[in-house]
Design a protein around this ligand. Structure first.
Ligand code: ZN
Length: 82
């Protein structure tokens, strides 16, 4: 089971990315207690050995992770990272 990313790291990422989505630059909605519409993504998926360290994490808007039917987009990030 995937480990949860701590709020401290989330806030650090939010600061580093200036509150914008890593992929599309959209402003992320977030406050101290919740991250509405904001997701943490792993540059290297945990299923491929990625870690929960800061250098492997990015914040992105939820539309990048959730498809129209509410499931994870299977094609996201697999071929567009370079
Ligand atoms: Zn985005």
């Amino acid at each position: 089971m995937a480990k949860r990313v701590g709020q401290t790291k989330v806030l650090l990422l939010y600061s580093q990315q200036e509150g914008k989505c890593y992929y599309c630059g959209q402003i992320l909605e977030m406050n101290q207690d919740s991250r509405i519409g904001t997701s943490v993504d792993h540059k290297i998926p945990q299923s491929r050995g990625g870690t929960n360290e800061l250098e492997n994490l990015v914040l992105c808007c939820r539309s990048w992770l959730v498809g129209y039917n509410g499931t994870k987009n299977p094609g996201k990030g697999e071929s567009s990272e370079q």
